[in-house]
Design a protein around this ligand. Structure first.
Ligand code: HEC
Length: 132
């Protein structure tokens, strides 16, 4: 291949690389909303009771129980409360205080509003990134 062509290809690659880098890095950074204090506490309750050993959020976690990302809107607070208090032959019951239980519910509500765990609902952008 003639050197002239190599230089053109090289410059093309450098330009593509720099413009894509500029496109990615010059966008304003993602601003996460500050998490609600009660939801934050509920997350600790979730972690301390190791719900994630059996359940997933956004598809990540253990696989003994179902994904709970959208359980709040699908089932409602009372259903979740009954499940956590009563347990089932497979899921242990948890004796949470009223305070911990309401924090856990606020956490699950917060997670529910933050997106969906079903990748079929995700939007795929032309550059390969996804949005829920
Ligand atoms: C040892 C594993 C295990 C742990 C730990 C566990 N679960 Fe479960 N959970 C299950 C299984 C299995 C099911 C499915 C119910 C069944 O078939 O018995 C379930 C079902 C549920 C459901 C009902 C979901 C639905 O859509 O019907 C909720 C809500 C739930 N779990 C919440 C929790 C929370 C909150 C915690 C933590 C405090 C927790 N679980 C900890 C195993 C677990």
């Amino acid at each position: 291949m003639p050197d002239k062509k190599k230089v053109v290809i090289f410059l093309l690659l450098v330009t593509a690389y720099s413009s894509y880098s500029a496109y990615l890095y010059l966008r304003p950074p993602f601003q996460a909303e500050p998490i609600d204090e009660l939801a934050d506490k509920g997350k600790i309750v979730w972690q301390e009771n190791n719900c994630t050993a059996c359940h997933q959020i956004y598809g990540l976690g253990g696989y003994l129980g179902p994904d709970l990302t959208n359980v709040y809107s699908k089932r409602g607070a009372e259903y979740i409360k009954a499940f956590v208090k009563g347990g089932t032959p497979i899921m242990p019951s948890f004796k949470l205080s009223e305070e911990d239980m309401s924090a856990l519910l606020v956490f699950l509500e917060h997670v529910d509003q933050s997106g969906s765990s079903d990748p079929r609902n995700f939007r795929i952008h032309f550059n390969g990134t996804i949005e829920q």
